[in-house]
Design a protein around this ligand. Structure first.
Ligand code: SAM
Ligand code: SF4
Length: 362
């Protein structure tokens, strides 16, 4: 290893220039950084993985993000919302399997009935599982009062990606209108913190036109916001979206994958106690993607529990994996794969962010 890389890796906080340098490394040096991140993970959060059962509750969405397969204007999508019975069945499966928690994800919807639906589901899930599952929500931008209501109904964490911290790039991947304001995202993240959530954000990696400078700024943003968890992963194109026409500008998939791992590793080095998810997008680009994400410093995976007949209608990008495997098969395969790489799956534990637990103590 070069003396210089060695020196950089002996630090636990990097500035902008150092991050750009660390993001510019070749593949051999990438492995050195991933190994360092795994050591830091082992020391701070242990060689442990928490399972969050993912329920894709609804693909109904009022927004038109240019990259996303379930955007409102994609008329090819068959819209669905799972029934209460289906959701409670998924929660029951997760509980019996010893998952510590659930993630409920939806397209962005607003209004009284949507607020009440999420609130009702939270209450029923907790009743049915003896309050033994923690719940993460990922339901987009909402007013503070709605976040508060869901928190009171039993939500613990909230994931709202900033997508990119480069505002000019943000408006290349979103319509520039009042429904897609970058400032609203920032305000929503502040509201979530104020409402008492463990707050998660994240970005897509390898967007058309994105630079290493942008990715370094993304990492600095996570630190400045003092987030408790991050879910980030490679951007993957969807052929029925406006951003597909910029596909010629993309890094090759293997490069987006390597950068995805590198971002996880640098984040683990700079924010050792947060929860970091190994995203499904990593698995889409490499069949071993989630295991590689864990070995780069991630400590959370989200097996998909959505009923198979709805899963095909929640395709954010091309080639979504595990479309036809039901929850019990994909969970068994994933658990075996995680054990194989020397990690311990923490069953029946909520897996709260240690960063959050320290934050509320101080
Ligand atoms: N609607 C909510 C929101 O936007 O926050 C939650 C669901 S949304 C589908 C969850 C995440 O999917 C987004 O934050 C975005 O980063 C990711 N996503 C959407 N399209 C993607 C794509 N083509 N490639 C990679 N990630 C994508
Ligand atoms: Fe809707 Fe979220 Fe997709 Fe944007 S990323 S179109 S808000 S589901």
């Amino acid at each position: 290893m070069s003396q210089h890389l060695n020196q950089l890796l002996s630090k636990n906080q990097h500035d902008k220039n150092e991050l750009v340098e660390l993001l510019s490394v070749n593949s051999e040096e990438t492995q050195t950084i991933l190994d360092k991140a795994l050591d830091i993970k082992a020391l701070n959060v242990g060689r442990k993985v928490y399972l969050r059962g993912l329920i894709e509750l609804s693909n109904v969405c009022s927004k038109n993000c240019y990259y996303c397969g379930i955007r409102a204007e994609n008329k090819k999508v068959k819209r669905y919302t799972l029934t209460e019975e289906e959701v409670l069945h998924c929660a029951d499966f997760a509980w019996r399997q010893g998952f510590g928690s659930l993630v409920i994800q939806t397209g962005e919807q607003s209004g009284q009935s949507f607020t009440a639906l999420i609130e009702h589901l939270l209450i029923k899930i907790h009743q049915n599982t003896r309050h033994e599952l923690s719940v993460t929500l990922s339901c987009g931008e909402q007013p503070y009062a709605v976040y508060r209501r869901w928190k009171d109904a039993g939500a613990d964490r909230y994931l709202l990606r900033i997508e990119t911290t480069n505002k000019a790039l943000y408006y290349k991947i979103h319509p520039n209108d009042s429904n897609h304001l970058w400032e609203t995202r920032i305000e929503a993240l502040a509201s979530l913190k104020q409402a008492g959530y463990q707050v998660g954000t994240g970005v897509m990696i390898g967007l058309p036109g994105q630079t290493l400078d942008d990715l370094a700024n993304d990492l600095l943003f996570f630190r400045a916001l003092d987030v408790d968890m991050v879910g980030m992963g490679p951007y993957i194109e969807h052929s029925d979206t406006p951003l597909y026409s910029s596909s010629h500008l993309l890094w090759p998939p293997e490069e987006r994958f390597r950068m995805g791992l590198l971002m996880i590793a640098l984040l683990r080095i700079n924010m050792p106690l947060i929860n970091i998810a190994a995203s499904t997008a990593l698995e889409t680009l490499d069949p071993l993607g989630r295991q590689k994400g864990i070995l780069a410093g991630a400590n959370v995976v989200m097996p998909n529990l959505t009923p198979v007949n709805s899963r095909k209608n929640y395709q954010l990008y091309n080639n979504k994996p595990n479309l036809d495997k039901d929850a019990s098969i994909s969970t068994t395969n994933l658990s075996a794969a995680i054990a194989d790489i020397g990690e311990t799956i923490c069953l029946s534990e909520p897996g709260h962010s240690l960063h959050f637990l320290n934050r509320i103590k101080s």
